[in-house]
Design a binder for this molecule. Sequence first.
Ligand code: AMP
Ligand code: MG
Length: 418
Amino acid sequence: MAQLSDDCFAFGGRMMSVDEALALIASRITPIGASESVPIMQADGRILARDLVAPIALPPFTNSAVDGYAVRHAQLHAHDVTRLGVSGRIEAGADAAIAPSDATAIRIFTGAQMPEGYDTVFMQEDVVVGAEGLVELPSGLKIGANVRPAGEDIEKGSIAIPAGARLAPQHVALAAALGKTALDVAKRLRVAVFSTGNELVSPGEEQKPPRIYDSNRFMLMAMLQRLGCDVADLGILRDERASLAAALRSAACDHDLIVTSGGVSTGEADHVKGALEDCGSLTFWRIAIKPGRPVAMGVIDGTPFIGLPGNPAASFITQVYVVRPAVLALMGSAPAPVTPLPVRAAFNYKKKEGRREYARATLRRAGDGVIEAVRFPREGAGLLSSLVETDGLVELREDITRIEPGASVGFLPYACLF
Ligand code: AMP
Ligand code: MG
């Protein structure tokens, strides 16, 4: 379990920028440090615990990149066609033991090992097979053409994948190409998820006014599962300080992180703050982000706690900018900042300077072929349709105050936020 000090989330400033929040998370959260070995087919989505050092080179031997004819470049005429006999044939997976003295070309196929002394391959499309089996090779091909030298991809002994990488199918391929059957990955983080609110019932229970179904808990659990966490669904907590404190204290014993949503504002019915003060320590983070509002950060018996706002869109955004980096940091990964892609705004927008805002938007290809972002037509941090019916978020950074249609804006597809 992560053992954090009670004051690790303290922050001097009044309103914290998104970048300050990310820097604080990166600097104050220490990884849990536990790892396990998993078969490569279970490594997708996990965090690599130790550098993967290449036990072999990739490719392991010099080979042909095309189907064609291997030659010694020194035998070619510089400014004229060269005619050579063909003295052998090497298919992929076949032995390349060819007598090296022959002044001939060798028929070779993609992936076949280059014969000793041969350094260049003509593509079969560029070669004319003439009378008596001679091949006519045009002039001008550079030495080393169409050859994949041993180690050009990965050198033996180099770091093929650094510790902290979040493994994707391409990493699984690289591990397999290096002959690995298993990888050391960070242990799954045990995350406790609660919702808070007297108005909430779970799907499957009876819902009638003034109750609503709890949706945040399921969104948060789904997002945490994508991050490779072991998620414990701890249900709904009532807006009552003592029972909240008891539930949080008990969850801190056997989890690496506790996440709640709702009840973190400063209203009379918001008891997360008080409960946290009773069972641990609390820091309010007023992050200059919209949708967002305050996020409660805290520590309960050394276990980090994050209390997200209740409105679903606010909960979603703060999950992305607070929970996700915290989860990755606890698993020993420093996520690279996600880079928004430039698209053309098809909307007007006015905003406060100094605050980061995210507009939910759909992409379309305009008549002139340029990709445009169309803003979701309705406002409201409570609208789940605004998240479901859009493709991602337009990031409106702190310095922006106004966007006119036609301006270039940064777009983040939802897929890169999980
Ligand atoms: P709160 O942050 O508790 O003041 O809640 C703000 C709004 O979000 C209220 O309209 C709540 O009903 C709603 N809300 C809070 N928690 C959830 C939840 N788990 N699922 C759906 N809506 C919620
Ligand atoms: Mg509430």
